[in-house]
Design a protein around this ligand. Structure first.
Ligand SMILES: C[S@@+](CC[C@H](N)C(=O)[O-])C[C@H]1O[C@@H](n2cnc3c(N)ncnc32)[C@H](O)[C@@H]1O
Length: 296
């Protein structure tokens, strides 16, 4: 159990972090480059949208960020309520919503998914994209999701479930050696962050509980606080309809390695194909998973 004061302090820091996230030229991310996003997440993201549209019309989105998914869903005729911790992100989402035409406007709310209370049997579908791995009280949240779904309702998610230690070490060594947008000197200075990068979710949770911060991400204390347990906790509560993992490795480097122009995208496509083969042959588990689950 985490003490209230400490929780409040950490969640305020988390909210501040998300309000301030901006593209960083030294540490580019796939989600800030639409072409790379399409290569590594496009197919799975469209599948998430299609399955949500098929299971509407009343949808709740968890951790909606700046509202991209919610806006796509309302443009597909759904009635969407979307929640995020960051008031700044919700403001940006509301601003974007003013620029689009849709049968129903989305309802954007600021809220903490760790402590939220949801109305019983209100939604046909609950969807989460890349947000559950930030949730400390995941079991409580999944109980709330169960409660707020109508009978037969669906829970659909794409999320990060992490890499094993060996793959993380390989990634760290390759990141240190390959030419990246982060200069070599700055990478050397990042070595203090290695314990947090290598830490399992169990180690991170222990740190949160005992008031230490050595295994936590500096700016975002709940970064990767839930990983593989997301799958097992969903399985305990729901009947899985479809589940698969993807992106075992290269997704991590795709935006960070310094490759000029088209080479970044052609290399990305090549590695994505190799990665897809690895997961299809069950030679490697992806760092992300898709799951559609039904209320039992
Ligand atoms: C990686 S971003 C994903 C955002 C969005 N779903 C997307 O795909 O663009 C994670 C989001 O989860 C939100 N988040 C983190 N912890 C949260 C919490 N306790 N309650 C609600 N939202 C949270 C963050 O503010 C952030 O917008």
């Amino acid at each position: 159990m985490i003490e209230d004061n400490r929780y409040n302090q950490l969640i305020e820091q988390e909210a501040r972090h998300w309000g301030e996230v901006r593209p960083d030229p030294a540490n580019p991310q796939i989600w800030h480059d639409p072409k790379l996003f399409e290569i590594f997440f496009g197919k799975e993201y469209r599948h998430l949208v299609e399955r949500t549209v098929a299971n509407g019309p009343r949808v709740l989105e968890l951790g909606c960020g700046e509202g991209n998914l919610a806006l796509e869903l309302v443009q597909n005729g759904l009635d969407v309520t979307a929640i995020d911790l960051s008031a700044e992100r919700i403001d940006r989402a509301k601003h974007k919503a003013e620029q689009i035409q849709a049968p129903l406007q989305p309802i954007f709310l600021v809220g903490d998914l760790n402590t939220i209370n949801l109305e019983p049997q209100k939604f046909d579908c609950v969807v989460a994209h890349d947000s559950l791995h930030h949730i400390l009280m995941l079991e409580r949240l999944l109980d709330e999701v169960q409660k707020t779904l109508k009978p037969g309702g669906r829970f659909i998610t794409i999320d990060f479930i992490g890499m094993g230690t060996l793959r993380k070490i390989t990634a760290a060594v390759l990141y240190a050696m390959l030419p990246t947008y982060q200069p070599y000197k700055a990478k050397w200075n990042l070595r203090q962050r290695l314990p947090a990068f290598l830490a399992s979710e169990q180690k991170k949770r222990k740190d949160v509980e005992r008031g230490s911060a050595s295994m936590l991400h500096q700016e975002s204390p709940f970064e990767e606080i839930s990983q593989r347990s997301i799958i097992t906790e969903i399985q305990k509560r729901f009947a899985v309809v479809e589940s698969f993992t993807f992106n075992p490795f290269w997704y991590y480097f795709a935006a960070k390695v310094k490759l000029s122009g088209e080479l970044k995208y052609s290399t990305g496509k090549m590695f994505r194909k190799a990665d897809t083969l690895l997961t299809k042959l069950h030679l490697s588990r992806g760092a992300y998973f898709f799951m559609e689950a039904r209320l039992k």
